[in-house]
Design a protein around this ligand. Structure first.
Ligand code: CU
Length: 481
């Protein structure tokens, strides 16, 4: 069990990843440049850790585009191994998705483009190379991708990046005695670190200068689930989940996120106070001793907020946001079942050439997902944001009532999800669905689906370009290059 509550000194100012709005070229496309490369990061002054980052040594810039805009991202692989970059939560053509089929070889630049066509929200990007996702994310390859509304002043939500709209990328890491990353402490869920980094900062504090501050929480960890709360158990407003705003702020005193999930919360502070964001014993739904081996008893100090002696007034938060139009189960053209058992889905492991599910374009489907184990899993679907119809036959709780792309699947519980596969038919390029515990995904707990015009003629086997180093193992943390 890890317990750092009350022991973290909060001596480092929280790093804010640079906001990158790219540049709009003559063709009207907003263009961004990312370069993945190895570097050295000092999480502790004087101790250099070998890390990977985009446009820097650890993590990457926060990309931002406005809903409706065409974008193009030039991703250069400056590493010594192949990688990919997946736009988690993004609705886009499969060949732009950055999954296991869009490999970027060392020295190569990949330039996907699409038009932002979904609700404003907090997305993120990270590698998705089959079998290597955990190691690449652990080394530091991840960043946020903000989809902004045309009218940022709407609903009274704080929206000044780095001032009252704060990225909070939470990751746990374990360090060797020489200060290098290691993933040697593992539960069934994967690597569990004893040091929390927020935006790559250990023991962070955030100076708050406004009455209301919005935190964009991303669980950027590979395996750990957090149950975020404040040390004084204050309540705050949960305003958004993975794919967009809730219909109304949900007043609560905690929010639980499994790997890959996001939550936007608005916190009110009083002058001079210093509340601590922490994670206390996430409810994993596993039997006690098993939960304890997977972080279920862990208590972690995350970040201190330091409110200024005088705070700038904030606009009042709206009591209601926009209505979410509910997808109707009677409109569903198809119902599929996904049984998670062991490290497989429906008794199958990920095969690069196998299309497990074929979906017809412009249809609504219901996916029923069940984790048959006593151990934790989660379920993430590419391309779409889904709505949760039911959890264990009951209406979803407020935190699952909005748009989601990743959901924690408690043992034994059936999650009924509904989604629309609006466009981008392509019978030859699959999207992924998978457990977002990255070690499970790497072990093959993943399947592929295509979105096609005509399911009766779509291939169930696809060609995959051969790669010389297809089976080359990851050379390990700490590099040596
Ligand atoms: Cu899993």
């Amino acid at each position: 069990m890890v317990d750092t509550v009350g022991q973290v000194e909060f001596e480092n100012a929280l790093a804010i990843p640079p906001l990158d709005r790219g540049t709009v070229g003559p063709d009207g496309v907003r263009e961004f440049r990312l370069r993945a490369a190895e570097g050295v990061t000092e999480f502790t002054p004087g101790v250099g850790t070998t890390t990977w980052g985009f446009n820097g040594s650890y993590l990457g810039p926060t990309l931002a585009a406005t809903v409706g805009e065409p974008v193009r991202i030039h991703v250069e692989n400056g590493l010594f191994v192949p990688t990919t970059v997946h736009w988690h939560g993004m609705h886009l053509p499969a060949e732009m998705d950055g999954g296991p089929h869009q490999v970027i070889e060392p020295g190569v630049t990949w330039s996907p483009s699409w038009t932002i066509d979904q609700e404003p929200t907090t997305l993120w990007y990270h590698p998705h190379l089959h079998g290597e996702t955990e190691s690449h994310v652990e080394m530091g390859l991840a960043g946020l991708f903000l989809l902004e509304p045309e009218d940022p002043d709407r609903f009274g939500l704080p929206h000044r990046y780095g001032v009252d709209d704060i990225p909070v990328i939470v990751q746990d890491r374990q360090f060797t005695s020489s200060g290098q990353f290691t993933t040697s402490t593992r539960g069934f869920v994967g690597a569990l670190g004893d040091t929390v980094l927020v935006n790559g900062t250990a023991a962070p504090y955030l100076e708050v200068t406004t009455e209301l501050v919005k935190l964009r929480l991303l669980n950027g960890s590979t395996a750990r689930t957090y149950r975020f709360e404040f040390d004084d158990e204050r309540s705050f407003d949960l305003v958004g989940t993975d794919g967009g705003l809730l219909e109304a702020p949900h007043r609560t005193d905690h929010v639980q996120l499994s790997p890959g999930e996001r939550a936007e919360i608005v916190v009110r502070v009083r002058p001079g106070e210093q509340p601590v964001l922490r994670s206390i014993s996430p409810d994993l739904g596993m039997p006690g001793p098993i939960a304890a081996m997977n972080g279920g008893s862990d208590r972690l100090d995350i970040m201190q907020l330091r409110a200024a002696p005088v705070l700038e007034a904030s606009a009042p938060l709206a009591e209601r946001f926009a209505e979410i139009s509910r997808m109707n189960p009677s409109d569903a053209a198809n119902e599929r079942h996904f049984e998670m058992d062991g490290l497989q889905i429906n008794g199958q492991s990920m095969q690069m050439h196998t299309v497990n599910e074929i979906v017809e374009v412009d249809t609504v489907e219901i996916w029923k997902v069940r984790n048959r184990m006593q151990f934790a899993h989660s379920f993430h679907i590419h391309d779409v944001q889904f709505q949760v119809l039911s959890v264990d036959g009951k209406a979803p709780p407020p935190e699952l009532a909005g748009w989601k792309d990743t959901i924690y699947t408690r043992p034994g519980v059936i999650y009924e999800l509904i989604m629309r596969f609006e466009d981008y038919a392509d019978p030859d390029t699959p999207y992924m669905y998978h457990c977002h515990f990255l070690a499970h995904e790497d072990a093959g707990m993943m399947g592929q689906f295509t979105v096609v015009e005509d399911a009766s003629t779509a291939p169930k086997v696809i060609d995959i370009p051969s790669r010389d180093d297809d089976t080359a193992p990851f050379t390990g943390h700490g590099g040596g290059h």
